[in-house]
Structure formats: structure tokens, C-alpha cells
Design a binder for this molecule. Structure first.
Ligand SMILES: [Fe+2]
Length: 382
């Protein structure tokens, strides 16, 4: 059991952010305020096809700012993609970055920023507080509601050589400003809405039970869980409803403020290992691991998990065990598969567990897990 005290020293880092309908159109104004003259507009082909990169580009043009688009980014952004973006940033003599997209473009943009300012390979920054030189100005405009890269001090990059994701955690990765507009969310396909929503839920739950949680992060974590529970299923039913989409965006914002400052736990450590080895969607990995990690962690933070169960349950009198509540919730969203069904093999588990054990997110898990414990959790999820 972890002994927490509200007198424990904690700090809270957050970017400036503007949220509401039309926030995206403020990109040009804020880029000018930040002194950007030549922008690297970082996005991906899907976001570009949906028209959101073009909309941001128009805002920059109206403000008299020229830009170069960099969209050679995949799901689970690769270290090589970051380094290609850095080359473009430097060759175009850019003075700032605007990222528009989900977690992949935003994480890649963060990576391009610190690789450019430090003139170093992105893999050199793995771990906590290992970025010596601050990044150039960065504006984030999320088009999904889940990664919270728009408010967090995290970037997750795939090391292609070692087939694993590295976590970079630094204040240098907090954007200068984030523009949170519900409209881009309306073009998200159903699966992406589900996966990013489960990422939000995982952020909030892991931050709430983290051994670095605090009263400041608790309030955001609990509100995020409440909002996901109430708004995500409804947003799937009415994907073009701006109010529902905005509630999912708020959930992501709250969860991001919580986990950026309280860090995460075994779900993310294990999802990073899984996503790096199999190139799977991050939110889906979390969704398939979350209830099994809760079951393994429960005794180490029982009161906190019970509170989560009460929010996920069906009413004030009906107490739902948290692992069961999460399992029931993901099933209502249509996530019914197992790790084996998405291609994970039993003989891969020792290596996956080894990777998860070394992930920085494991440090704040409420229970100390040995490699063998992590293997058992993967086995349960298989
Ligand atoms: Fe995540």
C-alpha cells in the first residue's frame, strides 16, 4: 500500500490552451504572437485528406506566415521520420512548428523540435529530463481526443532498430499553446474514436492510482473518467455532435493534465512494449491490457480503484469492481478481442515483459511488478 500525503512536494506543468469551437482558426494569430516567420506544419496524410491541415495553413497564410508541410509520418512515429522532419526544419530555416493531428504527428513534431534545437539524434533523449536545450515554439492542434500530447510533457517514438517505443519526458516537450477545437474530431472514424477514448480512460486511471499523484492531478483524473464514461458512447452514436465531441476533448484535456504531472503505470509500460514490437494502435493495446493490470494492482491502491469502479458503475448504489467495470465498458464500445486474436504470440511474452519492465512509466505504477508478474498479466490478456 502506498502512503501518500498531500504535503508531498509536487509540481504541475501545463501549456497555455484555448478551447472551444473555432480554436483551430487562431493558429495564424498565435504563430505570429510566438514570433514564427517560417513554420513547419507537421501532420499526416489522413489529417491532410480530411482538410484540417489545409484549414490551419489558410490561417497561417492569412496571418502572413509562410509554411512547409511535413506529413511523412506513420501511426507510431518512427525515429527516422523524426530525423527526416528535423532535416526539413533546418533546410527550410523554420522558426517554429505547428502540429495538427493525433498523437503521432504531435509526438513527431515534439521530436523534431528537440532534435533540431539540440542537433542530436532523437533516441538520445530517452528517459526523464534529458533534453538540455529548449525546443523552438510549438503550437498543437489535436484532431483526436486521447493522446493528450497537446498538453503533456511526453513524446513516444518508435526505435525501429530495436522494435520498441521510447518514452521521452521533459518540460521541453510541453507545447507553447494548444488549440482545442471539437470540429476536427467529427471526421474521426469509429475505431479511432474508440481507441483514443480508451487511451484517455487509461491515462486518467493510471494517473489517479500513480504513486506520484497529488490533489491537483486527482481532480483532473476523476473528471476525465466521468466524462469518458458519459460522453464517449454517446459520441459514437452521434459522431457529428459538437457538444459530445467537445466533452471527449475535455476528457482528454483533463486526463492529459493529470498524467503529464502524475505520470502513468504498467498499462502504458506494457502497451509501449506491445506497440513497439507489433506496430499496433496504442489505444487498442491499452484497452486490452487495462482490466488485467487493474486486477494485478488492485490491492496496492484499493480505495482509489474502488472510486474508479463507482464512477464506471451504473448508479450510485451499484458498486462495480473496477476491472469488471472497465471490461464491461470496453465491450459496450465493441472491443471484444484478445491479444492473441490481434496476433500476439505466447512465446513473445518474455521479451515484451522485459521491455515493459524497463519503461519509465513503470516507475509510478502503484505496485512494484517483477518481470514474472508482468509476464502473468500479458498471459491473462492473451
Ligand atoms: Fe496513452
Amino acid at each position: 500500500m502506498i502512503q501518500r500525503s498531500q504535503l508531498d512536494l509536487r509540481k504541475f506543468v501545463a501549456p497555455e490552451f484555448v478551447c472551444g469551437h473555432g480554436a483551430l482558426q487562431l493558429a495564424g494569430r498565435y504563430a505570429r504572437n510566438l514570433g514564427m516567420k517560417q513554420v513547419l506544419l507537421v501532420t499526416d496524410p489522413g489529417v491532410r485528406a480530411a482538410g484540417w491541415a489545409e484549414a490551419v495553413g489558410e490561417s497561417l497564410t492569412e496571418a502572413g506566415i509562410s509554411f512547409t508541410v511535413f506529413d511523412s509520418i506513420s501511426v507510431n512515429p518512427r525515429s527516422r521520420q523524426v530525423m527526416s522532419g528535423k532535416e526539413v526544419y533546418l533546410s527550410e530555416e523554420c522558426t517554429g512548428i505547428v502540429a495538427v493531428g493525433g498523437g503521432s504527428p504531435m509526438d513527431c513534431a515534439k521530436g523534431i523540435g528537440i532534435a533540431s534545437s539540440n542537433m542530436q539524434d532523437i533516441l538520445a533523449f530517452e528517459g526523464v529530463d534529458r533534453v538540455p536545450v529548449p525546443a523552438p515554439p510549438l503550437i498543437c492542434i489535436p484532431t483526436t481526443a486521447g493522446s493528450s500530447a497537446d498538453v503533456s510533457q511526453f513524446a513516444i517514438i518508435t526505435d525501429e532498430e530495436r522494435k520498441r517505443k521510447i518514452a521521452i519526458v521533459s518540460k521541453a516537450l510541453v507545447p507553447d499553446i494548444s488549440l482545442l477545437d471539437p470540429e476536427p474530431l467529427t471526421t474521426m472514424p469509429r475505431d479511432l474514436t474508440v481507441d483514443t477514448g480508451m487511451d484517455t480512460l487509461s491515462h486518467a486511471i493510471e494517473a489517479y492510482v500513480s504513486n506520484a499523484s497529488s490533489p491537483m492531478t486527482d481532480v483532473h483524473a476523476l473528471e476525465a473518467i466521468r466524462l469518458v464514461r458519459s460522453a464517449l458512447p454517446a459520441a459514437l452514436e452521434e459522431p457529428e455532435d459538437l457538444n459530445l465531441r467537445f466533452s471527449t476533448l475535455l476528457a482528454s484535456l483533463h486526463a492529459g493534465l493529470a498524467f503529464s504531472n502524475a505520470s502513468l503505470g504498467a498499462v502504458h509500460a506494457m502497451a509501449h512494449s506491445l506497440g513497439g514490437a507489433y506496430d499496433l494502435a496504442h489505444g487498442r493495446c491499452n484497452a486490452l491490457l487495462l482490466e488485467h493490470v487493474i486486477a494485478a494492482n488492485y490491492e496496492a491502491a484499493a480505495d482509489r480503484y474502488d472510486r474508479i469502479g463507482a464512477i464506471l458503475g451504473n448508479g450510485p448504489d451499484e458498486r462495480t469492481p473496477p476491472a469488471e467495470g472497465v471490461a464491461a465498458f470496453r465491450k459496450t464500445l465493441g472491443i471484444t478481442e484478445t491479444l492473441a486474436e490481434i496476433g500476439v504470440r505466447e512465446d513473445a511474452i518474455p521479451a515484451l515483459a522485459h521491455g515493459a519492465y524497463a519503461d519509465p512509466c513503470m516507475v509510478t505504477n502503484p505496485r512494484n511488478l517483477a518481470c514474472e508478474d508482468i509476464e502473468r498479466i500479458y498471459e491473462h490478456a492473451l
